[in-house]
Structure formats: structure tokens, C-alpha cells
Design a binder for this molecule. Structure first.
Ligand code: SAM
Ligand code: SF4
Length: 329
């Protein structure tokens, strides 16, 4: 098991399949993009599957989420999913994606064994989508969402980040739309993980503000705490349920005490936390003949050193050297 000194057990693995992306969300990366990892640095499909197999067989991981960058840009994605779904014990498999191109592969991903998708969409207005992502791809994302739902990659969860003066007025409209389409909407507080270091605490849209805006149109009642477990989203029943809305308030209501996450970057580094400043290199071990047990032991040691919290409230907090897109969000 992946245990840390605060008694937490990591059973939920986030695997970044690439640091590249076809959008340029302003809260994530600059217009010109970033210096991408060179191909030899990125784990191959075989190496990814081996790492997931070690996590599942040796370390008690039960949930695997593929992310990035944009994971749909990874040519071998369907094959990776298929091989991970064949592992024993079989982990639950999901994907966090911006949805571009998902319409083409949703069925193949479902057949390969993908259980669910989390799709990111911050606005219902195409022109605001362009302001936020610097690309005219709103219709592709909507098509991806519909295809995911139709393919049975459900519940389809939609992640939305609100930016002040851009889309912060859209919270109730997004929820209304999500309810009508049977998508589970979750708002994510903007975090200081952008490459440009543009995040300002006093400017971010907080969970309290999101809930205030939603409450103007909907009756929200908190879901029982026992249902949440280690999930990052706090959830509310909408108008008595069963529909729900979630808020991932990593900044103002951190959930570090219940964190069950371990992370693997596209270049084979284990991270204990999105906000960690340290990484443990498993790629070198992987490529120099280490056994599964040896790699598992290094992974265990890395997780044992997981800090109590993100450190966001510490005045000395420093952003991690890598941005969200390179860590795997
Ligand atoms: N490209 C995929 C996508 O956008 O879903 C997967 C990677 S992306 C880094 C994962 C999630 O992180 C997305 O829902 C995105 O909105 C969110 N995200 C990116 N930068 C963020 C930031 N600075 N604060 C909060 N969420 C952020
Ligand atoms: Fe790309 Fe996702 Fe970052 Fe947007 S949030 S730029 S889609 S990695």
C-alpha cells in the first residue's frame, strides 16, 4: 500500500499521458504554449502500462485517471486503456479531457474499458470559450460531451473554472444546462498552478461565491459527509436531488486530510501532491532494469514523505516548478 506518515492511503492514481495541449486556457498556460517534453523523455505506452500494473498489483491502487496536458493527443490512448482494463485486479479507469476529438473515439474508449470521463468546459458562450482557451473549438467540446454520454462513459462529469469578469456570471446557467443534459457539474476553484503565475488570491472566485450565485436560482442542500470519502468535490443536492453539483475548493476548503492521491507525470516522476515541489524519478529505475518490486518500493518511499497539506495557506508558499499541464491536472 502507499501509506504516508499522516495515516493516509493513496488508492487513486493520476497518470499524465502528455504535457502537450491543443487549447491555451488562460488559467493554465500562455498563448505561445510551453516547452514540451522531448519524446525520449516521455514514458512509452509499455512503460505507462507497466507503471499502472505495479500500482495496481503491488501498491493497492484501485482508481486510475488519465490526464495531461490533453490525453486525447496521445496516439496510443485506446491501447493503453485496453491494457490497463485487462489488469488483475482491474482498476476503475477514467479520463480528464478537454473533449476535443472525443466524439471520434468515445465508443472505442468505452469498448477498450474506460469507465467514465471528466470533461472540462467553462462556458456555454462560444465567444467566451475563445477568450478563455484562445481557440474556436466550443462546438468540438459539446460534440465530445454528447458522444461520451451516448457511449455510456457515465456519469459524465463537467469541470468548470470561473474567472472574474469572464465567466463568473455563468454559474447558474452552467448548472441549468448540465441538469438538462444529465451531466454532473463541478466547479473548480482557480489554483496557483499556471505557467504564467497569474493567479491572485484576492481575485479568484471562491467556493462561497459560487454557492451564493447558484443559490440565487437553485435550492442547495449539502450531501452527507459520509458520501464524500476522499473525493475532492464537496457536493450539494440540487432542488432536493437526486441531481447534484460539486465544488472542488482546493484553495478555500482544502481536503488534504482525506487525500488518497498519487501522481505520475508523463516523464515518469512520482508526485505526492499537485502542489509538491519534490518529485521522485522512477523513469531512470524503469529504464535501468529495476524489478517491479524495486520500483514499488521507491514509490512507497516517495509517498511516505507526503506532506500534511498543500501549503497554500503558508505565507511562504511557492508554486511548484512545473505548471498544472506538465504535472497532470
Ligand atoms: N486538458 C485536460 C482538461 O482540460 O480537462 C486535462 C488536463 S487539465 C490540466 C485538468 C483540469 O485542470 C481541467 O479541468 C482544468 O480546467 C483544470 N485546471 C487547469 N489549470 C487550472 C488552474 N490554474 N486552477 C484550477 N483548475 C485548473
Ligand atoms: Fe489544455 Fe487542459 Fe490546460 Fe486547458 S486546462 S490548456 S485544455 S491542459
Amino acid at each position: 500500500m502507499l501509506i504516508d506518515t499522516f495515516g493516509r492511503t493513496a488508492t487513486d492514481l493520476r497518470v499524465s499521458l502528455t504535457d502537450r495541449c491543443n487549447l491555451r486556457c488562460t488559467y493554465c498556460m500562455p498563448e505561445e504554449g510551453l516547452r514540451w517534453l522531448a519524446k525520449p523523455e516521455v514514458l512509452t505506452d509499455d512503460e505507462i502500462v507497466r507503471m499502472v500494473a505495479i500500482a495496481v498489483r503491488e501498491l493497492g491502487v484501485t482508481e486510475v485517471r488519465f490526464t495531461g496536458g490533453e490525453p486525447l493527443l496521445r496516439p496510443g490512448l485506446v491501447g493503453i486503456v485496453e491494457r490497463c482494463a485487462a489488469l488483475d485486479p482491474r482498476p476503475r479507469l477514467s479520463l480528464t479531457t478537454n473533449g476535443i476529438g472525443l466524439a471520434r473515439v468515445a465508443k472505442a474508449l468505452r469498448s477498450a474499458g474506460l469507465d467514465r470521463v471528466n470533461l472540462s468546459l467553462d462556458t456555454l458562450r462560444p465567444e467566451v470559450f475563445h477568450t478563455l482557451t484562445r481557440r474556436h473549438r466550443h462546438h468540438d467540446v459539446l460534440a465530445g460531451l454528447a458522444a461520451a454520454h451516448e457511449a455510456g462513459l457515465t456519469p459524465v462529469k463537467v469541470n468548470a473554472v470561473l474567472l472574474r469578469g469572464v465567466n463568473d456570471d455563468e454559474a447558474p446557467d452552467l448548472l441549468d444546462w448540465a441538469l438538462r443534459h444529465d451531466y454532473e457539474l463541478r466547479f473548480i476553484e482557480q489554483m496557483p498552478l499556471d505557467a504564467q503565475h497569474g493567479w491572485r488570491r484576492d481575485d479568484m472566485v471562491t467556493a462561497d461565491e459560487i454557492l451564493r450565485r447558484l443559490s440565487a436560482r437553485f435550492a442547495l442542500s449539502p450531501e452527507a459527509a459520509s458520501v464524500r470519502g476522499s473525493a475532492p468535490a464537496e457536493r450539494w443536492l440540487v432542488d432536493g436531488g437526486p441531481a447534484r453539483v460539486g465544488v472542488i475548493a482546493s484553495v478555500t476548503r482544502p481536503f488534504c486530510r482525506a487525500c488518497a492521491r498519487t501522481r505520475l507525470t508523463a516523464d515518469g516522476q512520482v508526485r505526492t501532491c499537485l502542489f509538491a515541489r519534490e518529485e521522485t524519478d522512477l523513469r531512470t529505475a524503469l529504464r535501468s532494469g529495476a524489478s517491479d518490486q524495486d520500483i514499488a518500493e521507491r514509490w512507497r518511499v516517495a509517498m511516505w514523505g507526503k506532506k500534511a497539506g498543500s501549503g497554500l495557506d503558508d505565507p511562504a508558499f511557492l508554486q511548484p516548478p512545473r505548471p498544472m499541464s506538465a504535472i497532470g491536472g
